[in-house]
Design a binder for this molecule. Structure first.
Ligand code: NAD
Length: 355
């Protein structure tokens, strides 16, 4: 029998889940929608879905799995209420606003024995899949500088995302996706230093730079800027045996460049500018460099795996892909970044996650 999905919050993302689960997840029925705004309920009905007139009616229903897709400041209460009503729960990112709220959610999950996870859908992006391949196939050696960047020129949607009390801003919105990807690639950093700017928004960050520092030589730089009119490459990774670039997050454009000759010949040339010369900046001759294509997976990653994994976990045939530990770590990095920006200091993750 198909399991039943109920959705709280039928806005941009709630309706996206409804449509995509209906069209792409064969063992899950979108069975009920609740939204505080009656116009959204009307829209859901027009789209062919059943609706509940109140949260109480929704939580008393027979849905097996609840998706919480409201503005961020309502996530914690709905997650706790849904878990305490005996429902399994998927929450949209960011899971909630701070570690205390997260503790309350995890306590409710423990109490109820129900599944709780977060929709970290960017784990199925093609650009991220390529980065995973680059690292797992050891194509650039040991990475030391990694840039994960996203740019937009529209600023942030002018709704609850612009309000502090709603959990607005770029760090909660895009930062947490980018952080989750980095944690999946490299694990939890030792410390962070964050610069959160308010370029266009008075209340919330809309241009962010996060530096994540790891043991050894690795630094990861996450940049998301919503007020930029020329983009830089989505990913740039320097390792001790090569460099990789991936230009955007839609396609598969990019390359890997490595040196064929490990020794450096300083005697052969120089780059001259009007005001001086440099041997350091003199590019290697072409014959010393080789370029290769990006390592694409045979098949593109499938977002469907997210819900398929939840269903398999509920059937006892899998363990959940997005784990509590990963959810806690991603939120801890977000919190450490807020603290770092506020205090203009380096913040250790052990403060939020223990030693
Ligand atoms: P939205 O404003 O388009 O939709 C939010 C909906 O929640 C609206 O229909 C609103 O009426 C409803 N709502 C507001 N308060 C409510 C309440 N107290 N009870 C019930 N319903 C309420 O916002 P959105 O863009 O759909 O974002 C919703 C969530 O999804 C956010 O947490 C956001 O971060 C997340 N999101 C995730 C992704 C992703 O790729 N994973 C993309 C976009 C948004």
């Amino acid at each position: 029998m198909k399991r039943k999905l109920g959705i709280i919050g039928y806005g941009t993302m709630g309706s996206w889940h409804a449509e995509n689960v209906r069209d792409r997840i064969k063992d899950l029925d979108v069975s009920l929608i609740y939204d505080i705004n009656p116009e959204k309920l009307e829209k859901a009905e027009k789209d062919g879905f059943n609706t509940a007139k109140s949260a109480e009616e929704f939580l008393k229903s027979d849905v097996d799995l609840v998706l919480v897709a409201t503005p961020n400041n309502f996530h914690k209460d709905y997650c706790v209420r849904a878990l305490d009503s005996g429902k399994n729960v998927v929450c949209e990112k960011p899971v909630c606003l701070d570690m205390k709220e997260l503790d309350e959610i995890f306590a409710a999950a423990k109490r109820s024995g129900k599944l709780f996870t977060v929709h970290f859908n960017r784990r199925w992006d093609v650009d991220y899949d390529i980065v995973k391949n680059i690292l797992s196939q050891n194509l650039i050696g040991k990475p030391h500088q990694v840039y994960s960047r996203l740019f937009s020129n529209r600023n942030i949607p002018g709704d609850w995302r612009t309000r502090k009390k709603s959990g607005g801003g770029f760090l909660y919105d895009w930062g947490v996706h980018m952080i989750d990807q980095i944690l999946m690639l490299f694990g939890v950093p030792v410390s962070v230093y964050a610069d959160l700017k308010k370029i266009y928004q008075p209340e919330v960050d809309d241009s962010i730079r996060l530096n994540l520092k790891y043991e050894g030589n690795l630094s990861v730089h996450i940049v998301a800027d919503s007020w930029t009119f020329i983009n830089e490459a989505r990913w740039h990774l320097s390792g001790d045996d090569g460099t990789a670039i991936i230009y955007d997050w839609f396609g598969k454009k990019g390359k890997i460049v490595r040196a064929n000759v490990k020794t450096v010949d300083w005697t052969q040339g120089c780059v001259y500018t009007e005001n001086g010369l440099s041997r350091t900046m003199w590019p290697r001759p072409e014959k010393e460099i080789s370029e290769t294509d990006l390592p694409l997976s045979e098949k593109d990653p499938r977002w469907e795996e997210f819900y398929e994994n939840i269903l398999a976990t509920l059937d006892g045939k899998a363990t959940q892909i997005v784990t509590h530990e990963q959810i806690r770590a991603a939120l801890a990095v977000v919190m450490a970044c807020f603290e770092s920006a506020e205090t203009q200091s380096v913040v250790k993750l052990s403060k939020y996650l223990g030693e």
